[in-house]
Design a protein around this ligand. Structure first.
Ligand code: ACO
Length: 374
């Protein structure tokens, strides 16, 4: 932080600058990550998605009764009004799934005002997974898939995404990835949500802004870009030459690097273990070996580790999920983190409104039309 013209100057990208106190989660450069005090490895080994969502939202793990009520609330609020599906369909086959969800969330804001006043946050949390699962197919003119699986949030989402019966192990892995995607302190989309919350706009406005931020390839969009890259590399033997070409072209490799984790991303490490187990179970090691080869080449050439998106993508691929649905899955889970940030921000609110240093020209004279040079 430096001073200029009487104001404090933040580092570019606000890197390394703390702009909020939070009790929700913390990632550390040593590869640590805690949600409400629980290490991510502890939650990955033991918790369900619903327990983790309750924890992130409420600051403590639920009792049996609280968990039942929370899970029941998610299931009972998941019904999406037909008008929302009609709006999604109207966006047409070229629509980007995140744009579809964002538009749906905006329209939900108006519809819920009639249908579920006062229940905004719980309504968006419950419906986001249905919107995400249908964000690709409904604009193609296909019928919406609805949650019908009794086995909980993760099973329901996976069922809507793939329409196939996954094994217990596959459902368990998918649930772990959702837990990893749920929350990550002041990532770009959660910060965006907090900025909108600080104006006291409603949760629909905050969630749709979060979705806009998530869309970019430097944030949530990286999981799709990482899978496309892996499909392009095709074979572990091509990894070195592929990376050399990308770097000669001045390109970044999606799914690698992180603002906080410079040595390793703990979520990516765990996902790599799950991917290996999936590969072993299927008897086809090729995708795992490809991922491992690209990771090793990247470390050798740049000393940059893979992030969650890099190892979530091949897991989704093996689960039979279409690539355009990868970032929507991120949104279906991250909505719980966003709402936790929305609440934390509004509970002790101060409008987020930074200053800037003006570096443009000044004192210019107005030139009438026709007297201006190009
Ligand atoms: N491929 C190649 N080089 C990279 C990569 C990458 N993926 N990531 C960082 N670098 C390089 C940069 O070019 C830069 O090099 P330089 O110092 O020679 O200019 C250096 O490493 C530092 O990188 P920055 O982009 O300045 O680091 P920052 O902390 O701002 O960026 C970010 C973090 C945006 C995630 C970056 O690593 C990136 O663009 N990665 C690819 C996108 C991605 O995977 N995003 C997902 C993030 S995790 C998530 O959302 C769940």
């Amino acid at each position: 932080m430096s001073e200029g013209q009487g104001i404090l100057r933040a580092p570019k990208g606000l890197a390394g600058l703390s702009v909020a106190d939070t009790k929700i989660s913390k990632s550390g450069s040593d590869g640590s990550l805690v949600y409400r005090g629980y290490p991510i490895s502890e939650l990955a080994a033991n918790a369900t998605f619903e327990e983790t969502a309750y924890l992130v939202l409420n600051g403590r793990l639920p009792t049996r009764g609280q968990l039942g009520e929370f899970s029941e609330g998610l299931a009972s609020r998941a019904r999406v009004d037909a008008r929302v599906f009609a709006i999604m369909k109207g966006l047409g086959r070229r629509a980007h799934p995140i744009d579809v969800i964002r538009t749906a969330v905006s329209s939900l804001g108006s519809i819920d005002r009639e249908e579920a006043p006062g229940d905004e946050e719980a309504s968006i949390e419950a419906k986001m997974s249905v919107l995400a699962a249908n964000s690709h197919r409904v604009p193609l003119g296909e019928r919406p898939r609805l949650p019908r699986d009794e086995r909980g949030f993760a099973s329901n989402l996976l069922q809507m995404l793939t329409k196939r019966e996954a094994s217990d192990f596959e459902r368990w892995v998918f649930e772990r990835v959702l837990i990893f995607y749920m929350e990550h302190d002041l990532n770009a989309s959660s910060f965006t949500v907090r900025v909108v919350a600080s104006t006291l706009a409603d949760p629909y406005a905050a969630a749709s802004a979060g979705l806009s931020s998530l869309k970019g390839p430097l944030h949530g969009g990286a999981n799709e870009a990482a899978m496309e890259m892996l499909l392009e590399v095709k074979d572990a033997a091509n990894a070195g030459a592929y990376l050399d070409r990308k770097f000669r072209e001045g390109k970044k490799l999606m799914g690698f690097g992180h603002r906080v984790y410079k040595a390793f991303d703990p979520r990516a490490r765990l996902c790599k273990v799950y991917l290996k187990q999936m590969a072993d179970e299927s008897g086809d090691p090729r995708l795992y070996e490809l991922c491992d080869a690209v990771e090793r080449e990247m470390w050798e050439k740049k000393k940059i580790p893979p992030n969650l998106d890099y190892y979530a993508a091949p897991i989704f691929y093996l689960l039979g999920i279409e690539v355009p649905l990868y970032t929507p899955i991120f949104a279906a889970s991250r909505i719980f983190g966003w709402m936790a940030h929305y609440n934390e921000q509004t509970e002790e609110n101060k409008l987020i409104r930074p200053d800037s240093v003006y570096i443009g020209p000044s004192g210019l004279k107005y030139q009438p039309l026709g007297k201006r040079s190009g």
